[in-house]
Write a protein that binds this ligand. Structure first.
Ligand code: NDP
Length: 253
């Protein structure tokens, strides 16, 4: 079956909310045993219950992606429960939307630590384990069209997301000989807790009007691209950055 993840174990970071929570359900429906990772364990446990009620297999692990010790412990626990991990979705991310002149050192560091360093640490941990186990792997890094398409108040976020695309290509180059694929998914704008307040502002409304499709995305519109990259359907795809944005990157500023 194309896009099937039957027999695979998939770990999703930032699975307590928004995209990550949605991705966990999608991967489980495609047949994967899903490991949900984030800091708010109680939310992960509730999500696991939902997935299991719907006939899927799921397990929660507490993970802070900015802390490599926490990542290692979470992978240990996940592997003890489901066995070696084949698919990793590096989805955890934050925004601190402020003008650069208002951004503190801590603000800057938090965004870079979560959105860039977190992706690198988790990719390194997953890659090491896949190589050791001698298994094929697929790593999908959630970047954003802000890697290319700029808006104010997102300097740190845009810098991190652009770096994630370049990191993805560099890691793909190193991992290809080990049969581990690394790709980036670059969504446009979707309504999740990350930005639901912002969409209500004048800037947010103005931005939606600039998207060629004149609407933001719906979560289900990420399902196909996610499964293409995660499953063997994309077996020759590595180092790609797949944009899912209703043509937003094409729009005029
Ligand atoms: P949400 O705010 O809904 O979810 C963010 C998730 O990241 C939460 O589950 C949170 O879990 C987790 N997270 C944050 N910090 C950490 C950390 N240090 N360690 C582990 N988990 C962490 O945002 P979205 O679902 O909208 O965003 C998900 C990803 O998609 C992000 O990378 C975002 O940049 C990207 N994206 C979003 C777009 C959108 O329109 N929504 C567009 C393009 C990209 P917890 O707090 O429990 O740890």
């Amino acid at each position: 079956k194309p896009f099937s993840l039957e027999g695979k174990v998939a770990l999703v970071t930032g699975a307590s909310s928004g995209f990550g929570l949605h991705f966990a359900h999608v991967l489980a429906q495609a047949g994967a045993k899903v490991v949900l990772a984030a800091r708010r364990t109680e939310k992960l446990l509730a999500a696991c219950d939902d997935i299991i009620t719907n006939g899927g297999q799921a397990h929660a692990v507490t993970m802070d992606v900015t802390d490599s010790g926490s990542i290692r412990a979470a992978f240990d626990e996940a592997e003890a429960y489901f066995g070696p991990i084949n698919v990793v979705i590096n989805n955890a991310g934050i925004t601190i939307p402020k003008l650069l002149l208002d951004l503190s050192d801590d603000d800057w560091d938090n965004v870079i630590d979560t959105n860039l360093n977190g992706v690198a640490y988790v990719t390194r941990e997953a890659g090491a384990r896949m190589v050791k186990a001698g298994i094929q792997g697929s790593i999908v890094n959630i970047s954003s069209i802000t890697a290319e398409r700029l808006q104010k108040c997102l300097t740190s976020y845009s810098a991190a997301k652009a770096a994630v695309v370049q990191f993805t290509k560099a890691a793909a180059l190193e991992f290809a000989r080990h049969n581990i694929r690394v790709n980036a998914l670059c969504p446009g704008y979707f309504n999740t807790p990350l930005n639901s307040e912002w969409f209500k502002t004048e800037d947010g409304q103005a931005l939606i009007k600039r998207v060629p499709t004149r609407r933001i995305g719906e979560l289900h519109e990420l399902n196909g691209p996610l499964l293409l990259l995660a499953s063997d359907a994309g077996s020759l795809m590595t180092g790609s950055a797949v944009t899912v944005d209703g043509g937003h990157v094409l729009s005029e500023l």
